[in-house]
Every structure is written in structure tokens, then in C-alpha cells.
Write a protein that binds this ligand. Structure first.
Ligand SMILES: [Mn+2]
Length: 347
């Protein structure tokens, strides 16, 4: 391996939250959205992940000039704080017009809203100086399978990607797959689906993926294998590292908190493939526990970053010769014990 990667970390303002969930209200004092950006650097983070309306709140009610003015202000603020806008994602799951999805809605008016919003999102990405737009296809799926024509839905998704590539000749599109929630079943549930769409598009080099640990686990897949697949195609735009305890709702637990060995393997695959050497960020999409007192809560972000860095040390101090010997001897029992001992610090 060449020079070790110095990792850069990112998160989104939604990762500092007040503890509201579908079963109860917020439990912590509200922390002003605008004040969150000052927390990044002291926590060891350089990159900001945005929803379009994190940059321009209330954007649906603003004129193009007002949107542009606000985005330019945010760009200046980021510059002053020494922060990089990693990506901007159109929030296509809040509005009335996206109740049944945006790009795949059965309503032509809803699809038009989704496209208008996507163009505004690309404009905002450019105005803040971000080179990528992330598509989390939240409601692009269905609650009952008979409600949408899946073949038509996939055509519409590809058509949207091609329109985005035409609308802006430089921007990259990173698709973040998730198999379910908030819909029952989602289109584009895995990175394989995302990469197939990339190759089918008119400029495949600019279409990549963003893999979230929890989303891969919810699909019953191994996140490190999913990352390896994307890396093999040079299509891992970013990651949302976190963890997930079984097939439940999307938990966004601290990285490594549910399955340290799986976390080690994600770091191993990223390290072995030079992820980060071209400026890719380690995004940590983790949620603070609702039980945590105080405001703002940032311990989950700092702790997940620390766990990641400890696992980088574990990957770099992993005895590759011994690993190779066990593989050559096909002694996977010994290899497994070696891995577990290494993680536990047993010599
Ligand atoms: Mn998640």
C-alpha cells in the first residue's frame, strides 16, 4: 500500500437532533440550525452533507434570486469556517407533492414538482460549491406493489438521471440505496441497482453510489461487500457509516456499536482500496440516543469517528503474512480466531 490515507470526516446537520421519533416528541432543547456549523471543526469534521433545504430553508416558497442569495451566504459561511460542502440532496419526502413519491409518482404534477425541486437542488449545489448531488430515493417505492408499474418507475428514474446529467455538465450524481422505509418496498434497494442505473445512463462516469451501512444490513447484505462492489467499479462516491442491530427500523447506531467485526471489515475494504485518497469523505450518519441529556448532543459523532480511527489502526496493524498463511492453508478456523483476537487486543 502507498502512503496511508489521512481520512476526512463529514456529517449532516440532521445528525445533531433533539430526539424526536415517530412515537414521541423532542426531548432536548432545540439547537439552532445555523449554530451547528461551528461544531464541525472542534469535533474533527471538515465536510458538511446537506439536504437542499438545510442550505436554503423554506426554498419552495422562495424566488430563484432569493434561493441563490441564501446559498451564496452559506458558501461564505462554510469558507469562513474552513468547511467543505460534500453534497446536496433534494429532500423529496416532506412535501405534499411527494406523498406517493416524486420521480415515480403516478401524478404528472407530482413528477413535475420533483423535477423542479431537483433543478433547484443542483443550482444550490453549484452555488455552495458542491460537486455532487445525492439521490436518496426515499418515497420512490410503494406501499402496495400493485399501486405502481415498476417497469415504468425504473424508466422514470433513468430518465431523471439523464435529465440531471444534461442540466449540469459537471455535477456528479450519487445514488444512496435503501431497501425499505419510509415505503414498504423501495426501488433501487441495493448498490447493484444503483450501479446498473449508472451504466445505463448517458454519462456513466458521473453517476456513482453512496453506501450506508444500515441500509445494506436492512437488505440482508454485507456492507463491506457492497462497498467492495462499488469500489470495483470506481463508483463509491461516499459512505454513511453507522450500525444496525438486526432487521428493524433504520437505527443509525454508532459505527461499530452493533457489530465491531463488520465495522472492521468495512474499514478494511475502504483502506485496501485507497478510498479517501481522492478526497472522498468518511460520512458518519449516526443518531444520538433519545435518552441522552443536554443540547447539543455530539458525543455520537465524536465517538463514531474515534471508533473508525481505532479500526484504521487495527487494519494497519493486521498481520497480513499470517492472514495469507491461513488463507493458503485454508485454515479459516485459525483465521477467524486470529481476527477476533486481533480485535480484542489478545496477543
Ligand atoms: Mn440510516
Amino acid at each position: 500500500m502507498s502512503t496511508p490515507t489521512t481520512y476526512r470526516f463529514s456529517f449532516g446537520p440532521w445528525n445533531i437532533s433533539e430526539g424526536g421519533d415517530p412515537f414521541g416528541p423532542t426531548v432536548r432543547a432545540e439547537y439552532p440550525h445555523e449554530a451547528k456549523y461551528a461544531l464541525y471543526k472542534p469535533l474533527g469534521f471538515d465536510g458538511v452533507q446537506f439536504h437542499d433545504d438545510d442550505v436554503v430553508p423554506g426554498m419552495d416558497d422562495l424566488t430563484p434570486d432569493q434561493i441563490s442569495k441564501k446559498a451564496t451566504e452559506v458558501k461564505a459561511m462554510l469558507g469562513n469556517q474552513g468547511l467543505t460542502p460534500e453534497f446536496v440532496a433534494p429532500r423529496l419526502w416532506f412535501a405534499d407533492a411527494t406523498v406517493d413519491g416524486g420521480y415515480t409518482s403516478n401524478s404528472a404534477a407530482d413528477r413535475q414538482y420533483a423535477w423542479d425541486r431537483t433543478q433547484k437542488c443542483i443550482d444550490i449545489a453549484n452555488a455552495v460549491g458542491s460537486k455532487a448531488v445525492v439521490l436518496w430515493l426515499a418515497r420512490e417505492g410503494s406501499y402496495i406493489r400493485e399501486s405502481k408499474n415498476a417497469r415504468v418507475a425504473y424508466d422514470r428514474l433513468l430518465e431523471t438521471i439523464n435529465k440531471m446529467l444534461d442540466y449540469d455538465k459537471n455535477i456528479e450524481i450519487w445514488i444512496e440505496p435503501k431497501p425499505n422505509e419510509p415505503t414498504d418496498q423501495a426501488y433501487v434497494p441495493t448498490i447493484g441497482h444503483a450501479i446498473a442505473l449508472a451504466y445505463a445512463s448517458k454519462d456513466s462516469k458521473r453517476v456513482k453510489g453512496l453506501i450506508e451501512t444500515a441500509h445494506a444490513l436492512l437488505a440482508g447484505l454485507d456492507p463491506s461487500d457492497e462497498m467492495a462492489f462499488a469500489l470495483a467499479h470506481d463508483k463509491l462516491g461516499s459512505v454513511h457509516l453507522n450500525d444496525q442491530n438486526g432487521l428493524k427500523y433504520d437505527q443509525d447506531k454508532n459505527f461499530g456499536a452493533a457489530n465491531l467485526r463488520a465495522a472492521f471489515n468495512q474499514v478494511r475494504v475502504l483502506e485496501e482500496n485507497g478510498y479517501g485518497s481522492k478526497g472522498e469523505f468518511i460520512g458518519l450518519d449516526v443518531k444520538a440516543m433519545r435518552t441522552q441529556k443536554g443540547s447539543p448532543i455530539t458525543a455520537h459523532l465524536a465517538n463514531s469517528r474515534t471508533i473508525f480511527l481505532h479500526l484504521v489502526d487495527k487494519v494497519r496493524s493486521y498481520d497480513r503474512k499470517l492472514e495469507q498463511q491461513y488463507i493458503e492453508a485454508r485454515d479459516y478456523e485459525a483465521l477467524e480466531l486470529f481476527v477476533l483476537n486481533h480485535l480484542m487486543g489478545v496477543k
